[in-house]
Design a protein around this ligand. Sequence first.
Ligand SMILES: [Zn+2]
Length: 777
Amino acid sequence: MTVYPTSRLARGALGAALLLTAFTAVPAQRPAIPTPASILGYEPGADRKLPTWKQVTDYFHALERASARVQVHTLGKTTLGRPFLAVFIADSSTLRNLERFRQIQRKLMDPRVRGKDELEPLLAQGKNVILITSAIHSTESGGFTTPLVIADRLARGDTPEAKSILANTIVILVPSQNPDGVDIVGDWYRSTLGSRSEGTTPPELYHHYVGHDDNRDWYAFTQVETRYTVDSLYTPWDPQIVNDIHQQGSNAGRIFIPPYMDPVDPNIDPILTAGTNSLGLTIGWRIIAEGKTGVASNAAYDQWSPARQYSLYHRGVRILTETASAALATPIDLPFDKLGAGRGYEAKTATWNFPSIWPGGHWTYGDIVAYQVSATWALLGEAARDRRSWLESYASLGDRALAAGHPWTFDSVPAAYVIPKVQRDTQALQRMIWTLQHGQVEVRTTTAPVTANGATYPGGSYVVLTTQPMGGYANTMLQRQQYPNLHDYPGGPPKRPYDVTAQTLPLLFGVEIGSTSVAPPATAAPIPPMSEPRFTVAGFSDANAKRIAIYRSYAETMDEGWTRWLLDVNRIPYTSIVDKDVRAGRLNDRFDVIIIPEQGARAIAAGLGQQYPDSLQGGLGAPGAAAISAFVEGGGTLLAFNTASEYAIDVLKLPVKNVLAGVRSNDFYAPGSILAVEVKRDHPFASKMTAPVPGVWFENGPAFEITDASRATAVVSYPATGDPLLSGWLLGGAKLNGKAAMVDAQVGKGHAVLYGFRPQYRGQTMATQPLIWGAMR
Ligand SMILES: [Zn+2]
């Protein structure tokens, strides 16, 4: 077993480390292959049984000792200190020569390191590298168990198909992308078995900082778990196929398998879209032939954002599967007449993308595991059958990435982006370069002055060419997104994206950038990887620092976790407070600043319901509202992020109105976009904001009208005229004209600060974080 440092692993260094373990891990006499049940104490998939992370790791270590087809690598410690595992499974002869196969994969990926006559032997010798990531979302608990069943089948498999998979494939299995969550959810589940709370989600985030957003971190790389998979698995291997095992709601189909819905990001090479479609439909075909029903495709999940589909921008098709959930490991009953519509199909009607109806009835943890195992096995079997075709298309992706202008798209793609080295926010610049490089983007410097967008940048400026191995990815991260204007039907409401619609790093980070569409500028070789810049913000660590509290609702919110993350990485002390702390009052004795992260007003006030233990129910309620009011009246500062602003407006009776309240999506819609704003620079809260193109992350937020200007000030506003959209999708932008995006309201001796946007969205909006620091000083 090898422990790797967390980041900045050179590709070669990792390969060498893997090779080393191959020679040191072989015992003289192997024990018999253990069954999962022999470690768990019950059959995998049994009702009301979830494994602990220790049981999962014990199983894989025992399997490694018993099978020459299995190598376990510990990539590091999770956020809360658990071991993060990756398990390599292949024929023993393959595992003994992993570094040789990694070199073959590297040469197939990048034509620049491939000899002229080398392709044919590489295609003959190479393996399908298939990454399987499971259980990133910990309430999708089938993913805790399925990897054990898959590993068991591969370790002892002697059927022709098992042998074909082992001979043609290097399986890299991540048994959980969030090991902490296996125990956060599992401990809660076990503690509530037999109570009215059995099968509920835990009253805390299942990833310490980001909860479900752990699967939205695949370009910002803020969390250690993301980095282990990227640094130690994606970057050295760039797998050609990724299987990401998830679960969906209970009431429609039994499993989703690609094709995805529209839209498709035009920066993704269509070979990968077509490969995903083809393999996905083939998996569906196989499992329906096995007798599985309720198989949906072209449903619910789109193909837009790099936040959750790293592989599609890095040479790998992505087979997301989403199996219907039970109540964690507790069975549920779903009569046929209670089944409803998924997005893109109807569970009671057979259609081309939902050809086989599930009859309804009992649905168990074992069913979930069985569907996940079947789909994964079908993927491995089909990919192995077609190994050479997969390698051929993988190799052709490399040639296309290096061809000017991305030959698959009719959109105009700049030849290069130019990023001046002197910027107002040096930390944001360094973080952006680091972030790009971490996603395998090559960054160069100009050897002479270069003109882009009419501006002249000095020699030595950073340059990102779009003709490079991950050029499509670089383009999607640096361009402004133009999300297509999709509607459910002509004249109907906007078609909701699966997630958000923009990812433009220069706008999110507040970094100046230019682009040139003429011949790329003369550059030197790619610069070496930048070491990770430290997050720093002045003024919060001295004796005069403010006493800060972050409200944590038991009805957990990801934004609360992201807020803690932001303060932790900047080493700013704070106290987490829950309902009873607020209800107890006298908050001014303990705190100067209270932050209420993004959360709907009703959820803040009412909290969890009656399925939960009495001590966790009720939210802030009337006593909490009175305490918040007294805190601000008494001189405290309250920061309310996004929809939490409406709670503050209501409780503090602020002279502010949300002009978007009750507006239909046909008339206004912005489901995760970057919008232009104007900043009142002479306001103390805004004085440190330096973004060259000020933009805010708008996601189903409010916009403010001040009804009494003697008691409130607009710190940030939308432009008085014109469409404020900078990147993503916005309908009805005129509704924002002249409205306030951030308000400072005077209440008694204190302030309420309303942000009608996400000032620290997913750890990425360095451009607007100074608006938080300004209000807390
Ligand atoms: Zn999921």
